[in-house]
Design a protein around this ligand. Structure first.
Ligand code: FAD
Ligand code: NAP
Length: 533
């Protein structure tokens, strides 16, 4: 067996997180390498190539801020860029900062083992190559491990089966009979696009999401110039806001607003941007009564949009508060749903009982299919980490320990797993923020920490159990003050004993940043720093 390659830092994943991490590790003079399962950079934007895939936070905001020159030289074509444009941007970043020679592609990390005697990680991969690294940094993505439903008889289906997160564009959909499962953000975008050209489309829904109309005009030269001039101010707002958007929630309560005025404001907010409805009053995510008023407004808007009452009954969320599940943006989704060749099936009232070679069979009907598409989501926040067999101190396994709900100090480090860092880990704002803003903050915190450790002569860092426990209690406490934990959503993790835990931190991106900075300034409070062995 070849000798393990020795590194200061091994990074897993080459999306927004892993690429920036590599830049920062090089800056502080560490030998570093990134391992990536895909054959190119981009992460989310490499894998999710389904028709209609695009961001739903404006690209000017959903982009790196670490280099003003990069901001000035890159011009976004649209407000919400399509996947190929975001991927082109990330490929440009990889070239511009010379990252490609630091990334190995087509290699999957399968196991990592902490050696207390050497104070290093031994990392195994599916190619047989092994690595021996002082630090292990998981940039594996909070939404990168797809979940596929286990439909009875699926193995008998003779046509192509597509998954939005692993799209195969050689499969022809024009004129075909398509059965599509799942209408979260990915499914809504896919259906909007394929609905234009497929022959017959059956959309299987389980828990419908609210989707707000988004217009996506090309950015004019004037708009781009204005955005470029405004970058410093906008980034400052993002970094210190609650959700890392440059648009802050408007002060005031929905329930205390005079009804005609509230209606007028919500009407204006409805088409403004993906999250403008939620930001129109600052108590929508905290106060049930205020939320109910805005939820009802959205339900009425959708009832006016979906022309067939049966389809509307199945697709308008009734048992969930607006914002409790990730709000979706739609550009043509309901237009597709309104077509005569589109059927909607609610699997809660009509479960799938079998799949034959060319039909999806429910307990009430049969739906012919040439192609099946799954847009059924991800094992969010923890899936990609648990997919690696990680063994920490005293043989402790992260898979076993997280079976009762994930835990991490600040979403950055896990007690029992020294010198391991997670970017956008559970307990960080991550998926409840503009994720790139959170990624940059994490990467900068980790690289500053590693540089500080070198300066202090420390070789090992580990989260303390008590600090981690207190942080997770705080994560839960702030979540309980909001509407989020009440929804059945992928923000919730399952525990072995049937409980559900809320995974992201909702105390605010700005507050979280301040806490991380305080921890570092206090000499890494809540961490133990030491020598190897
Ligand atoms: P990822 O981009 O997921 O990259 C992780 C990488 O790690 C992947 O390439 C994966 O192959 C690799 N990897 C994982 N495990 C291993 C392993 N064991 N070995 C080797 N490689 C491994 N966020 C927003 O804020 N705004 C948006 O508009 C938005 N749109 C999105 C649209 C889609 C379709 C999806 C799925 C997510 C979206 N997100 C959005 C969230 C998005 O995931 C983040 O914004 C961001 O791209 C995450 O970057 P990352 O580098 O942390 O993770
Ligand atoms: P998702 O939001 O989890 O949606 C998956 C949907 O599939 C859910 O409604 C789920 O219902 C449903 N489903 C699962 N199994 C099913 C089955 N057997 N039959 C019918 N329906 C089934 O996943 P996603 O759409 O991939 O989005 C995940 C996240 O990625 C988003 O919330 C967002 O953060 C990000 N994203 C963003 C964009 C964007 O516009 N920028 C685009 C795509 C993704 P249950 O809830 O009942 O399980």
């Amino acid at each position: 067996m070849a000798e393990a390659k020795k590194l200061d830092a091994l990074v897993v994943g080459a999306g927004f997180s892993g690429m920036y991490m590599l830049i920062k590790l090089r800056e502080i003079g560490l030998s570093a390498q990134v391992l990536e399962a895909g054959s190119g950079v981009g992460g989310t934007w490499y894998w999710n190539r389904y028709p209609g895939a695009r961001c739903d936070i404006s690209s000017v905001e959903y982009s790196y801020s670490f280099d003003p020159e990069l901001e000035q030289e890159w011009t976004w074509k649209e407000r919400y860029s399509a996947q190929p444009d975001i991927l082109a941007y990330l490929e440009h970043v990889a070239d511009r900062y010379g990252l490609m020679d630091g990334i190995t592609f087509n290699i999957r990390v399968i196991a990592a083992r902490w050696d207390k005697d050497t104070g290093r990680w031994t990392v195994e991969t599916d190619t047989g190559e092994t690595f021996d690294s002082q630090y292990l940094i998981l940039a594996t993505g909070a939404l990168s491990e797809p979940k596929l439903p286990d439909l009875p008889g699926l193995e008998n289906f003779s046509g192509p089966i597509l998954n939005t997160a692993r799209w195969d564009d050689s499969v022809e959909l024009t004129g075909k009979r398509v059965c599509h499962f799942g209408i979260g953000s990915s499914g809504i975008q896919t259906v909007a696009e394929i609905g234009k050209s497929v022959g017959e489309l059956t959309v299987f829904s389980r828990t419908p999401s609210f989707a707000v109309p988004c217009s996506n005009p090309p950015l004019t030269a004037e708009e781009s110039a204005a955005a470029k001039a405004n970058y410093p101010a906008m980034r400052d707002l993002q970094r210190h806001s609650a959700l890392s958007f440059a648009t802050l929630p408007k002060e005031g309560s929905a329930k205390e607003c005079e009804p005609a005025e509230r209606e007028k404001r919500l009407e204006a907010a409805w088409t403004q941007s993906t999250f403008s409805l939620l930001l129109e009053f600052d108590d929508i995510l905290f106060d049930d009564e205020s939320n109910a008023l805005v939820t009802e407004f959205a339900q009425c808007k959708l009832a006016q949009t979906i022309t067939d009452p049966e389809k509307a009954r199945k697709l308008i969320p009734q048992d969930v508060q607006l914002g409790g599940r990730r709000l979706c943006a739609e550009i043509g989704f309901y237009d597709a749903i309104n077509r005569d060749n589109v059927t909607v099936v609610d699997v809660r009232e009509e479960p799938v009982v079998n799949v034959t070679k060319d039909t999806v069979v429910t307990d009430k009907g049969s739906y012919p299919a040439d192609v099946i598409i799954f847009a059924t989501g991800f094992d969010a926040c923890v899936g990609a980490i648990k997919a690696i067999d990680i063994t920490g101190k005293e043989g402790r396994s992260i898979r076993v320990e997280w079976a009762n709900g994930p835990r991490a100090y600040l979403g950055l480090a896990v007690e029992g797993f020294p010198n391991l860092f997670t970017i956008t880990g559970p307990g960080s704002p991550s998926v409840l923020s503009n994720v790139v803003v959170s990624i940059e903050q994490h990467v900068e915190w980790i690289s500053n920490c590693l540089a500080d450790m070198r300066a202090r002569g420390a070789a090992v860092i580990e989260a303390e159990a008590q600090a981690e426990q207190a942080w997770m209690e705080h994560v839960d406490e702030v979540a309980q003050q909001t509407i989020f934990p009440k929804a059945n959503s992928w923000y919730m993790g399952n525990t072995r004993d049937g409980k559900r835990v809320f995974m992201p931190y909702v105390g605010g991106v700005g507050a979280y940043r301040a806490k991380c900075d305080e921890v570092a300034a206090a000499g890494y409070e809540g961490f133990v720093l030491g020598d190897a062995a």
